[in-house]
Design a protein around this ligand. Structure first.
Ligand code: FO1
Length: 338
């Protein structure tokens, strides 16, 4: 652990590109770090919206809601998504009518969020405005921004186990109905090439003092954010150092389905493989610094040789203080190598 004197002071404006469960847990640790160092840093979250799905006529935004509920203390901590104290009567009633899909966990409390969001979208508000309005209730303590206000949906080309045919399934179907256990052949961000980053997103990148890539899924979470034209270029152009934290430990994802999806895009499922996917800033890529888990310390040289400053530290987000230590290590590493 670095002595106080070696510790970098926390940057003032920190921008985090986040997915859902892993990103939200990371953000809890970053908030804990700011609290315990009594810094006045401000966090802006650019959240993935590729997981979004229209469900029974309502717009559901899993990663925006998971960050909002987690930081607003409304999350069900066992599931990592959805509301604590949830009930499922509406879901049961829809199933009783034989309404499909019946595999999506639509909670009664969560339903209110989707109703408010859909009503506001129908009234002409942008997803950015809607998210801001929802956060007035939840007070997550961060500025929460969708990566774009345009429609982007991640689909996975799978071999349907029912008929052996290849088909494009919405990411949620691949993940929830099939539990990522069916063969996946491609990942496609539908609409990404026509989507635009919002002005708020571009400012959050260009005006940041530090940018963090949390241990979110590099293919469908961070990868979906990077698929929005203009965001990658903004990251290459910003003065802020970019530091990432590996979500792959000892050759496997901590949770989720990164292992399966990295295979789809032919990227090695390792801390080094993901670092090389993001690339070194000095060689046209994104990363100045990359934290890997202590168990992967043998990969430090390979990652450093790829032009990315690398350090091996404990990366298990067992509680906010452990995650805060990871964030401090990432900030120090970025600071030393900026
Ligand atoms: N994940 C599940 O594994 N099963 C579900 O039924 C489920 C429902 C759900 C509803 C709303 C929401 O915001 C998230 C939900 N998630 C569910 C999680 C979601 O699939 C993932 O969190 C992200 O899409 C991937 O990070």
């Amino acid at each position: 652990m670095a002595r106080m004197s070696e510790r970098a002071i926390l940057p003032q404006r920190i921008t985090v590109l986040s997915g859902g469960v892993g990103g939200a847990r990371f953000l809890q640790g970053l908030q804990r770090l700011i609290q315990r160092t009594t810094a006045t840093s401000q966090i802006t979250v650019i959240a993935n919206t590729g997981d979004d799905i229209w469900m029974h006529g309502l717009k559901v935004c899993p990663d925006l809601d998971t960050v909002m509920y987690t930081l607003g203390d409304g999350i069900d901590t066992d599931r990592g998504w959805g509301r604590k104290g949830e009930t499922w009567h509406a879901k049961e009633e829809l199933a009783a009518y034989g309404v499909q899909p019946d595999w999506f966990g639509l909670g009664d409390r969560d339903l209110a969020t989707h109703l408010v969001r859909t009503q506001m979208l129908d009234a002409g508000y942008s997803l950015t405005d809607v998210t801001h309005a929802l956060c007035r209730r939840w007070q997550p303590g961060v500025k929460l921004l969708p990566m774009t206000d345009d429609r982007v949906e991640t689909h996975v080309v799978i071999t349907d186990p029912d008929d052996g045919q290849d088909k494009a399934a919405h990411f949620q179907e691949y993940w929830i109905k099939h539990q990522a256990k069916v063969p996946a052949k491609a990942v496609v961000m539908i609409g990404a090439d026509q989507a635009k980053p919002t002005q708020s997103v571009l400012e959050a990148i260009s005006e940041a003092d530090l940018i963090l890539l949390p241990p979110s899924n590099p293919v469908v979470s961070v990868g979906a954010i990077l698929a929005v034209p203009g965001i990658r270029d903004a990251l290459l152009a910003t003065k802020a150092p970019v530091a990432g934290i590996s979500g792959i430990i000892n050759g496997d994802h901590v949770r989720g389905m990164a292992k399966q999806l990295l295979e789809v895009i032919s990227v090695e499922c390792s801390a080094a493989g993901v670092a090389e996917l993001y690339g070194a800033r000095s060689r046209g890529g994104l990363l100045d610094a990359w934290l890997i888990d202590s168990s992967d310390s043998a990969a430090v040289n390979r990652i450093s040789d790829a032009g990315i400053a690398c350090q091996a530290v404990p990366l298990w987000m067992t509680d906010p203080d452990a995650t805060a230590d990871m964030c401090q290590a990432a900030i120090d590493l970025a600071h030393r190598n900026a």
